[in-house]
Design a protein. Structure first.
Length: 96
């Protein structure tokens, strides 16, 4: 199953790593139209176990999510580096 991340929720705390500020994210399976919300840690596990998650930009280009761990052991996800300087995941709107 492949899911597209549609928005993110961030906490208001200060973080050394901006990805750790993401507390949860909403997604849609574009094949089945199923939707859901998942925590940052759950999305990390999903991607780490072989699930595909991605962000689409305005032109329809996909940037896949990677599972990462900070030096302190905190799980997070980020998009694969591309030619865009800013991260596609961090540019998503805040979930309502």
């Amino acid at each position: 199953m492949s899911v597209r991340i549609t928005c993110i929720r961030k906490d208001n705390s200060l973080h050394d790593n901006p990805y750790v500020a993401i507390s949860s994210m909403n997604w849609i399976n574009e094949d089945t139209h199923a939707t859901g919300s998942t925590s940052r840690e759950q999305m990390y596990d999903y991607v780490k176990e072989g699930g595909e998650a991605y962000v689409k930009d305005a032109a329809g280009n996909k940037a896949k999510l990677l599972a990462k761990i900070t030096e302190k052991g905190t799980k997070y996800v980020k998009t694969v580096a591309d030619e865009v300087a800013s991260d596609n995941l961090l540019k998503l709107p805040e979930c309502k």
